[in-house]
Design a protein around this ligand. Structure first.
Ligand code: PEP
Length: 249
């Protein structure tokens, strides 16, 4: 039985005071038995949010981190630093990082290793571009990304990974993948994991769908056999909408 996980990706939005007010609004309303709630906020907000969620079941995640634990990397944040302030999750390989910050499959893999070195759970994002989908290459692209991300990751670690399948053409566009299409790709990801690690790990890994998920469509995704939650951008920014997403899960 995989616990559904609804993760909000706030990207570069909100001030610290707005973020704290958001947590006050959702406290007590998203703590639904069996559903895991994660808020992935900008680095500057993380410390304050870890304090704000004390005593609740809400978890705080980062949206990125460096693959080294320390060193001369001006402006970067490491897994050691995130763990030190009480962070539980970190998004790795979001398509915006792949597109705007040259994050390669190799770097994504290094970050997955860095997450486990620091007892952080990586939310590993994979997804195809519109042209790749139209060319019928979705599975080919996903296979390369999944195999690269899990390179050198043990079975014990692999079963803790959260994978987010996010077709790039569906992120922030309002054009969501149909629940059936998303489920088909997610079932394929589970098959790939089965090939890499066997039934037990493949059955344990939680795989989210991401891409224009909203309160109105979340339940339909959650009804699919292989979808275990959602990674949500825009609709996670408003407390009322985030609460509805969690209720829908
Ligand atoms: C995301 O940022 O990962 C995302 C899925 O964004 P949106 O929900 O806005 O499409």
């Amino acid at each position: 039985m995989r616990a559904p996980i609804i993760a909000g990706n706030w990207k570069m939005f909100k001030t610290v005071s707005e973020a704290k007010a958001f947590i006050e609004e959702i406290k007590g309303k998203v703590e639904i038995e069996g559903v895991e709630c994660v808020i992935c906020a900008p680095f500057t907000h993380l410390h304050a949010l870890v304090d704000a969620v004390q005593g609740t079941r809400i978890k705080i995640g980062a949206q990125n981190m460096h693959c080294e634990d320390c060193g001369a990397y001006t402006g970067e944040i490491s897994g050691v630093m995130l763990k030190d302030i009480g962070i539980d999750y970190v998004i790795v390989g979001h398509s915006e990082r792949r597109a705007y910050f040259a994050e390669s499959d190799d770097i994504v893999n290094k970050k997955v290793h860095a997450a486990f070195r620091n007892q952080l759970i990586p939310i590993v994002c994979v997804g195809e571009k519109l042209g790749e989908r139209e060319a019928g290459d979705t599975k080919k692209v996903i296979k390369v990304q999944i195999e690269a991300a899990f390179q050198g990751i043990s079975a014990e670690q692999a079963e803790q990974v959260v994978v987010a399948y996010e077709p790039i053409w569906a992120i922030g566009t309002g054009k969501a993948s149909t629940p059936q299409d998303a489920n088909e790709v997610i079932a394929y990801i589970r098959d790939l994991l089965k090939g890499l690690y066997g039934d037990h790990v493949a059955g344990a890994v939680r795989i989210q769908y991401g891409g224009s998920v909203k309160p109105e469509n979340v339940a339909e995704y959650m009804r699919q056999s292989d979808i275990d939650g959602a990674l949500v951008g825009a609709a996670s920014l408003h407390p009322a909408s985030y609460i509805q997403l969690v209720e829908g899960a």
